[in-house]
Design a protein around this ligand. Structure first.
Ligand code: NAG
Ligand code: NAG
Ligand code: NAG
Length: 345
């Protein structure tokens, strides 16, 4: 608009006014569609569900075949490691602290958490559990010290272990303080984002399966308007911004269905609304970007909302399992099957 005014003042002929109006329309269209998913070259075919973005340059991913990748230049180049002794393990979640230090999580039989302090060359086992039924879903950290890992229910209660020293050691959370699960209620280990810490050992949790719920805290449970009733249905991911909560999921066996795939709350989960224009399919991960802007991804693409979830717009048809924003910085990365990694421009 500024450009148009400038040329009008100069009293150019109508052709120039039309031409500059046209240019200004193109510029406005470009701004509206500014968010673009740009593919990066990973050089591997592993499937990624773990993603941790430390800052605008340092990014770690983890996934199938014991694969862990690290980039220190915003994804331009990657160093790949197949974790020794874990070449067949799938690391479903990762939390990185800097370019050298990270932990990775393996779900079951046995469940493991490993830690590196040399950029991923050597890993040490900091947690191992071969209890029957043990299945870890996601790790989250409140800051550089305090973290939690959540697992599927054992004897009717979700499993939680905590760390106070950046993942160097873990201890089981007292049984008394564990969220109670309904029959057929569990978590999905699809993107490492169904638990989000909101303080030192305070957290919100999203569950799925036959019963899908939101836990604003360990001893409160809210029924959510997401698809549920089958093992493949329910919430896969939760994101939090102040009092706002966004939950995504659906049915991972119906990747294009928008049925019950999103809900959001402005009052920390007291009440939930559903979108007028939901994301374009089953969604496994959601992240808050800034103000009213949220991003979500799944097997059939990536969508963005600029109005706190009321309406979503598809920005890519490339499938991803997980989307994460830099803990310190603005960079946003995505990772998925077939070695796919990308960044949001
Ligand atoms: C995992 O490793 C196996 C055997 O080494 C290989 O055949 C397969 O293609 C690998 N899969 C991925 C996704 O990297
Ligand atoms: C760490 O890994 C490097 C490279 O694989 C190896 O040379 C070194 O001996 C390892 N260090 C330890 C303490 O295992
Ligand atoms: C949810 O819907 C109600 C009723 O339409 C509306 O008043 C409220 O503002 C909505 N909340 C959010 C967070 O959009």
């Amino acid at each position: 608009m500024l450009i148009v005014k400038f040329f009008r003042k100069q009293q150019f002929g109508s052709f120039f006014i039309k031409a500059t109006l046209f240019v200004s329309i193109i510029i406005q269209a470009a701004v509206l569609n500014a968010q673009q998913v740009t593919m990066l070259t990973s050089g591997t075919r592993a499937s990624f569900r773990g993603l941790s973005v430390v800052n605008n340059n340092i990014v770690w991913v983890s996934g199938s075949n014991g694969t862990v990748g690290r980039s220190t230049n915003a994804g331009k180049t990657w160093q790949w490691h197949s974790v020794k002794g874990f070449e067949k393990t799938e690391f479903r979640d990762i939390e990185a602290f800097d370019s050298n230090t990270a932990i990775i999580m393996a779900i079951a039989e046995p469940a493991y958490i490993l830690r590196t302090t040399d950029g991923g060359q050597n890993w040490s086992t900091v947690y191992k559990n071969d209890r029957k039924g043990m299945f870890l879903d996601a790790v989250d950290f409140y800051n550089e010290k305090y973290g939690m890992v959540v697992g599927d229910p054992l004897n009717g209660k979700f499993y939680i272990a905590v760390t106070e020293n950046a993942g160097k050691s873990w201890k089981e959370w007292p049984e008394f303080h564990l969220p109670v699960a309904d029959s057929g209620e569990a978590c999905f280990a699809s993107s490492g984002t169904n638990i989000r810490m909101t303080g030192v050992f305070s957290f919100v949790l999203a569950s799925g399966g036959i019963s899908s719920n939101f836990f604003p805290t360990w001893n409160k449970k809210v029924k959510i308007p997401l698809l549920q009733g089958k093992e493949s249905t329910g919430a896969n991911s939760v994101a939090v911004y102040r009092k706002k909560i966004m939950l995504v999921g659906g049915d991972f066996n119906a990747k294009d269905s928008t049925n019950g795939n999103i809900c959001f709350s402005a009052n920390r989960g007291k009440t939930f609304n559903i979108s007028e224009m939901p994301p374009s399919g089953y969604r496994s991960s959601v992240e808050h970007l800034y103000k009213k802007t949220w991003i979500t991804c799944g097997l059939n693409g990536v969508d963005i909302s600029n109005d706190d979830g009321k309406t979503f717009r598809k920005i890519s048809s490339d499938g991803f399992h997980v989307v994460r924003k830099a803990k310190k910085g603005k960079a946003v990365f995505l990772a998925g099957g077939g070695g796919r990694v990308a960044w949001l421009q």
